[in-house]
Design a binder for this molecule. Sequence first.
Ligand SMILES: [Cu+2]
Length: 182
Amino acid sequence: MAKLLMFLTFVILSFAFTCTAKVYTVGDSSGWDISTDLDSWDNDKRFVVGDVLLFQYSSTHTVDEVRREDYQGCNTTNVLQSSSNGNTSVALTAPGDRYFVCGNKLHCLGGMKLHVIVESDQAAASPASAPQTESGGAFPTPSSKSNNPSAANSAMSIHAGPEYLFLAFMGFMATLSWVVWI
Ligand SMILES: [Cu+2]
């Protein structure tokens, strides 16, 4: 029983940890592109510390992080960091404003720019309590331990969506460590 409790605690903790972090694909399926309405893309989104912005774009574009004054004028001669690999992840590690532009100034002037406001993650801690109780109830009992790895993974991926690969991995590792333990 103690082992089961420790196992469930581990799973719940990994759930709580990963549920607070989201990966946002900038522009959704349109990606980081001159044709994407980036100005309205983040209207319904709330970014918190721990979230990740994923920029997906063709080789004609770059992702340049700039300061506020350079963002406004599309000045790309003084970038904080730049990426051009077509698939750029930017971790939002601190609260505050982040400014991104395409390194092609004409694209930036055409609207290919993004300003996000990152909030501290304290407010996001309370909604995580709902998935916790669900995940505890959804877990298989010890008697079905031979099926645990696949059952745990499918239950978790259905619950959390495909972007939570890390979550699935944690669940799998937790199940694995529990099976080895027994
Ligand atoms: Cu561009």
